[in-house]
Design a protein around this ligand. Structure first.
Ligand code: HEC
Ligand code: HEC
Length: 264
């Protein structure tokens, strides 16, 4: 028999309420395949609290796309949990009332969404790159790794920011979803000169526009007759008719491969 020194509370220690609960909980969870059950709970939480802004499959919407392997604000799991629970200051990303455990389930679901980029795309990336650099004339407006125009968004890491479906849509129907900040601006001076382009900079008194020829225009607002922002019209031409479906596949396959890893 073990002798306990006088005053020790060891022999009197009863199983605490907490440990009983833990045992019961574990028994309950193991009874219904823990991994699947956890995944289903993570998905349910995601669909009810996050998909409104981030899309059913993380394709993005009002919130950023989450269906990519690397997230700017959440490079590791710890940061991801922090973003989920505390939100991102000064953005539309709200904090949540989730418990640590719920946040972990949602985080696991987001990491699962992030693996979509491994889905094979049908096209041929080297052929797509050729189209991008030659016939397509894409480099006139887009830069990849520092070379190319600045009229359209930089595409160096577009493969991890957009799904293949979205990329194809961008080429065929650019008006469907205009990249933030790249909507059309049309300025008309008092002398009647019209300038169309994307905004580079703007303050109370002036606006700087870049036209499709990559030329910068700095305009005083006082000199303008009108200044219109057209949020619905993309300045990206549609390529739905100029490429065959196979060529579009090649282009999408090339764009999908443009990630931070490929630019290293
Ligand atoms: C009201 C809309 C809204 C809701 C609801 C919302 N988010 Fe967000 N979320 C955003 C916006 C907007 C951003 C981008 C913030 C920024 O960087 O400008 C964002 C960013 C994020 C990021 C960082 C992405 C990156 O690329 O770094 C993660 C992760 C994220 N949200 C997860 C979630 C999760 C999980 C939920 C549900 C619990 C959720 N969000 C609910 C709007 C929302
Ligand atoms: C005349 C200039 C111009 C040319 C040429 C052009 N684009 Fe664009 N592109 C833009 C502008 C401006 C935007 C931003 C507006 C938008 O999202 O529709 C854009 C957007 C995009 C996007 C979406 C980016 C995002 O963040 O979602 C992709 C992808 C793209 N272009 C690919 C291409 C490819 C591939 C080609 C060649 C086949 C091409 N572009 C040719 C101007 C151009």
């Amino acid at each position: 028999m073990v002798e306990y020194p006088k005053g020790s509370n060891m022999p009197r220690k009863k199983p605490s309420l907490l440990s009983i609960c833990v045992v019961l909980l574990c028994a309950n969870v193991t009874a219904q395949s823990p991994a699947q059950d956890q995944a289903a709970r993570g998905e349910k939480l995601y669909l009810s609290q996050c998909s409104f802004c981030h899309g059913q499959t993380g394709e993005g919407g009002r919130g950023s796309p989450l269906n990519r392997p690397r997230l700017r604000h959440a490079p590791d799991d710890e940061a991801l949990l922090r973003v989920i629970r505390r939100g991102i200051a000064d953005t539309a990303m709200p904090s949540s009332w989730m418990t640590e455990n719920e946040a972990q389930l949602v985080a696991a679901h987001i990491r699962k969404l992030g693996r979509v980029s491994t889905i094979a795309t049908p096209g041929n990336p080297p052929k797509g790159e050729q189209l991008f650099r030659s016939t397509g004339g894409c480099t006139r407006c887009h830069a990849v790794q520092g070379s190319g125009g600045a009229f359209g968004p930089d595409l160096t890491t577009i493969g991890e920011r957009r799904s293949s479906t979205h990329l194809r849509e961008s080429l065929v129907n650019p008006n469907a979803d205009i990249s933030s900040g790249y909507f059309e601006i049309r300025a008309t001076t008092k002398e009647g000169r019209a300038i169309e382009g994307v905004r580079v900079n703007e303050d109370t008194f002036s606006i700087q526009l870049r036209d499709a020829g990559d030329k910068l225009h700095s305009l005083w607002k006082a000199d303008l007759k009108s200044l219109d922002k057209n949020l619905k019209n993309s300045l990206m031409p549609s390529y739905g008719k100029s490429f065959t479906p196979a060529e579009l596949d090649d282009l999408v396959a090339y764009l999908a491969k443009l990630t931070e890893d490929s630019s290293r």
